[in-house]
Design a protein around this ligand. Structure first.
Ligand SMILES: [Zn+2]
Length: 456
């Protein structure tokens, strides 16, 4: 088989080619041939369809049948053509369009008042306003916003050491969404490169207005990033807000020592000066004493404790003891910890209903990593460098044998299986169950109402 035949041929051909050569190794990368096989064999269309329809395929009396059909999908194609306002009425329509267009990126938008693909026709008729009605509440956290606190990588690179910052963010936000806002259907997804997305899918979250979304985003706002100021967090008042206090004791303090060790925050003068700059100016005696100690003793002789831990403890002791009259100082330890570790959210993403979100299970073009869900209860075990890539999935398909069984569970023979086995019982099934209950109770309420109206 020639290379030409492969590029023109069906999805199966590429796998057959590797099989015939008895070479299971598929070179790393991202290209339309890999995507074609991925979209042809592995992409979980039915799961995405059930999720976005908020029902399990069975028709219910009160369901608006066009709900899925009013959802916007957007595609970026290989030649950089960007197709907005795509819509589909069934899972097979979605599947054939994705297979045919083989998009490099797939975005999910809001559910509109009318079918987004027919918005112009509705506009001409004059009586239907094209406006977003529902959309999941979204949070976006990007590692490149943490470049001033990580020294292992920068920009788009991530490793397990700095990923700790994402783990902290997931734990803080997830707990608050569940405990403070009462949401329960929350999906965390690796963005495929350097961050995470969070999708809150409860009915009451999907129906939030932009103003309500902004209020929730503001609830999480603590970090006021500013290049000109080292101190990015300031807590006025006597005590922390209960949410912040819980985040501090429950998450930040737990992970802070790990961060000290992995990022070596106090290991050089340049690094510890950044921390000392966060101590208020009137306390120059404290900063100059610490600076003096650290300059003269580069290593803590005799101590087996890591120098970063030792210096942090010294700073904490100096700030927390001896001068109770300076009230701001105790708070300063908390402010430093928040400055370094508290989640840095892209607020604009959460505030607007019509923001487009990259679809879960999409593969990122840079390294071909699939955007798999993350279990918030075990997010400390998530390794972004070990997620399935297009090439490893193709390899696993090869090894599994192409024609051994039907298409239905091909993903089960690959490392994508683990993600789908998590996605279904932990997110999709409970979500669909609660949607069904919500619909039934609203149906029963209406039934009761109409009975009552006949009872007079
Ligand atoms: Zn790193």
């Amino acid at each position: 088989m020639t290379g030409d035949q492969v590029s023109k041929g069906s999805d199966d051909m590429m796998i057959v080619e590797y099989e015939q050569k008895q070479v299971n190794v598929v070179p790393d990368g991202f290209n339309s041939r890999y995507l074609k096989v991925y979209y042809g064999k592995l992409f979980p269309y039915a799961d995405i369809f059930k999720w976005m329809s908020y029902r399990n395929g069975k028709p219910y009396i009160l369901i608006n049948q066009s709900y899925f059909g009013r959802r916007e999908f957007s595609f970026t194609l290989d030649n950089d053509v960007y197709l907005r306002f795509q819509s589909f009425n069934s899972v097979s329509e979605l599947e054939s369009s994705v297979k045919e267009k083989c998009p490099v990126k797939i975005y999910i938008g809001p559910v509109y008042s009318v079918d987004p693909a027919k918005r112009h026709a509705y506009a001409q008729s004059g009586d239907n306003v094209f406006t977003p009605l529902e959309r999941e509440l979204i949070f976006d956290i990007d590692m490149s916003d943490y470049d001033d606190v990580r020294y292992c990588c920068s920009g788009a690179d991530v490793c397990l050491e700095c990923w700790l910052l994402m783990t902290i963010a997931i734990k803080v936000i997830d707990t608050a969404l569940r405990d403070d806002f009462g949401f329960s259907h929350i999906l965390w997804v690796y963005s495929g490169r350097r961050g995470v997305h969070c999708c809150v899918c409860d009915g009451k979250a999907r129906r939030l207005t932009n103003e309500q979304r902004a209020a929730i985003a503001d609830y999480f706002r603590v970090y006021r990033g500013n290049e000109n100021s080292q101190k990015k967090v300031s807590f006025p008042g006597l005590s922390l807000h209960p949410f912040l206090a819980r985040s501090y004791t429950g998450v930040l303090t737990e992970f802070f020592k790990k961060l000290l060790l992995s990022q070596k925050i106090f290991s050089t003068e340049e690094r510890y000066e950044k921390i000392l700059d966060m101590i208020p100016n009137p306390e120059q005696s404290i900063t100059s004493e610490l600076r003096g100690r650290w300059k003269e003793k580069r290593q803590t002789s005799g101590s087996k404790e890591d120098i970063n831990v030792v210096r942090w403890e010294q700073l904490k002791t100096m700030l927390q003891s001896g001068k109770p009259k300076v009230q701001g100082l105790r708070r300063c330890v908390e402010e430093i910890m928040f400055s370094l570790t508290y989640p840095r959210l892209d607020m604009q993403v959460s505030k607007h209903m019509n923001h487009l979100l990259k679809a879960p299970f999409w593969a990122h073009p840079k390294k071909g990593r699939v955007c798999v869900p993350i279990d918030p209860n075990h997010c400390e075990d998530f390794d972004p460098t070990a997620v399935p890539t297009l090439s490893t999935l193709l390899e696993q398909l090869n090894i599994g044998g192409l024609r051994a069984e039907g298409d239905a569970s091909k993903w089960d023979r690959t490392s994508l299986g683990k993600s789908i086995r998590f996605f279904r019982p932990s997110f999709l099934q409970p979500l669909l169950k609660s949607c069904k209950e919500e619909m039934e109770s609203s149906y029963n309420a209406k039934l009761q109402q109409s009975k009552n109206s006949f009872n007079w």
